[in-house]
Every structure is written in C-alpha cells, then in structure tokens.
Design a protein around this ligand. Structure first.
Ligand code: HEC
Length: 145
C-alpha cells in the first residue's frame, strides 16, 4: 500500500513537472515574441524607415526590459525539449554565461531608456541594444529553417 501511494505521488509529481515545463517554454517564447515585435519597431525607427516616436520607443524599450528581467527565470532543467522550443542544450551547459547575457541585455536596455530623449540620442544608443539579440541567439537558439 505504501508503495502504491509512493508510486501515485511520483506519477503526479512527474505529471505536474511536465505541465510546468510546457508552461515555462510557452511563457519564455511569448516574452521573446514580444521582444521581437518591440525590436522591429525600434529597428525600423533606428533606420529611419518609420518616423521616430518617443512614446513608441520608450514603450518598446520597456517591453525589452520586462523580457530581460523575466525570461532568464524560465529555463529550468526540465524544459530542455518540447513545446516547439528552439532553445539549444548549450544553455544548460553554460548557464552562467547565458544568464550574464540577460543581465547585460537588461543593463543596455536600461541605459537606452535613460538616454533616449529624442531621435538623435535614440539612434546613438539603439545598436547597443540590438547587439544583445543576435549575440545570444547565435550561441543558444536553434536557427529557424
Ligand atoms: C540571453 C539570450 C537572449 C537574448 C539577449 C535575446 N534572446 Fe531571443 N531567444 C533566446 C532563446 C534561448 C530563444 C529560444 C526560446 C525557446 O524557443 O524556448 C529565443 C527566441 C526568440 C524569438 C522566437 C520566439 C518564439 O516565437 O518562439 C524571438 C522573436 C526573439 N528571441 C527575439 C529576440 C530579440 C528581438 C532580442 C533582442 C532585443 C532577443 N531575442 C534577445 C535567447 C535570447
């Protein structure tokens, strides 16, 4: 009987962990998706293909700040596969570097929020923000085919 209880407990625990893993994958992908939309607006304004708008720039930077803060918490050990994830195993082999990149990303975004006062100051700082995206994806995200 004790054994059965134990077995049921383990099964339930695994089941919960499975749901939790799928959930964090969906959450981190959603945050990154929001980063992608915000970054597109920022990128277009930095290239001048879309007119600069201070409110849009600041709002988009805040989306990135939110992502930089929350995304690194969404890579637990049991979320390496599933949920259509593009996360590479290298993340879990280099967790310190991976997390440090999110910290740097957050710092650069905070600097951009502080320094963006007008179009010129925005264009000056924007590239520093974008470098973070490609740098991390290169090492830790599977290329989309
Ligand atoms: C420190 C690492 C890191 C940084 C910085 C980073 N990303 Fe990501 N990004 C990832 C990882 C890892 C994934 C894959 C997540 C998954 O599929 O589980 C991802 C996925 C994405 C996706 C796909 C989301 C989806 O729909 O699945 C987009 C879009 C994206 N990132 C945009 C950006 C943009 C834009 C920036 C910069 C403003 C950025 N990322 C910065 C690590 C990073």
């Amino acid at each position: 009987m004790k054994r059965l209880v134990l077995l049921v407990t383990i099964t339930l625990a695994c089941g919960t962990a499975g749901v939790w893993a799928a959930d964090v994958i969906a959450q981190r992908r959603e945050l990154m998706h929001a980063d992608g939309i915000a970054a597109k607006k920022l990128f277009d304004m930095s290239k001048g293909t879309v007119p600069f708008d201070l409110a849009v720039a600041q709002a988009s930077l805040k989306t990135l700040a939110n992502g930089a803060e929350k995304t690194p918490l969404l890579f637990p050990d049991d979320s390496k596969t599933g949920g259509g994830t593009a996360a590479l195993p290298a993340i879990w082999q280099n967790k310190t570097d991976f997390n440090a990149r999110f910290t740097k990303f957050g710092k650069d975004v905070a600097e951009a929020i502080a320094k963006t006062k007008d179009e010129a100051s925005f264009k000056d700082i924007a590239p520093k923000v974008f470098e973070n995206c490609g740098g991390c994806h290169e090492l830790y995200k599977a290329k989309s085919s």
